[in-house]
Design a protein around this ligand. Structure first.
Ligand SMILES: [Zn+2]
Ligand SMILES: [Zn+2]
Length: 180
């Protein structure tokens, strides 16, 4: 996923396409560790342009993935999606230009470097995907989870723990006698 920087001018150029997960070492490693499971391919759309001495890459990346819900433990599919802007500066003699470390305008912008005449943006695409992996995946915001008493999935069934609720208020009233 390389592009020669001579192709990039102040007039933006766009690329889009899809790439197999196998072409992203970090994503493949995550896939091999079972969770999450990228169902691939990784779809991307990027726009590259020169902007005040840097190369600006903006775009979006998505990949269909499977997770285990952190509440009910069931497996579900969702799409990981990220919209990003990355500023590239040329790496000179292995040194990272100090300027690239500056936060550009208070937004969550990413800076990266390239060597020689080529930008390999594959690495940044996989970084973007990794950043969007939820820490506590949820099959749904309203997932009821498992019953702490019996372990039943509360989304699909009613367990015995909830079938016989003890109505404390009512049983207290039953024995209540009014003194006249
Ligand atoms: Zn769930
Ligand atoms: Zn229960």
């Amino acid at each position: 996923m390389k592009i020669n920087i001579e192709q990039i001018s102040e007039k933006p150029i766009e690329f889009s396409g899809e790439e197999k997960i196998e072409n992203f070492p970090a994503l493949l490693e995550l896939n091999n560790s079972r969770e999450p499971l990228f169902k691939g391919p990784l779809r991307f759309k990027v726009k590259l342009e020169r902007e005040s001495g840097r190369i600006r890459m903006s775009g979006e990346v998505s990949v269909v993935s499977a997770f285990f819900c952190s509440r009910c433990l069931s497996e579900f599919e969702t799409k990981i999606f990220s919209v990003f802007t990355i500023y590239y500066t040329k790496e000179i003699c292995g040194e990272i230009n100090e300027e690239t470390e500056i936060e550009l305008d208070g937004h969550d912008l990413v800076s990266a470097t390239y060597k020689g005449d080529e930008i390999d943006f594959g690495h940044e695409l996989e970084e973007q995907v990794i950043m969007e992996i939820p820490v506590k995946p949820l099959c749904s915001e309203s997932c009821k989870g498992l019953c702490p008493g019996c372990g039943e999935d509360m989304n699909h069934s009613v367990c015995f723990c909830t079938k016989a609720p003890v109505n404390m208020k009512f049983s207290a009233l039953k024995d209540f006698k009014i003194n006249r």
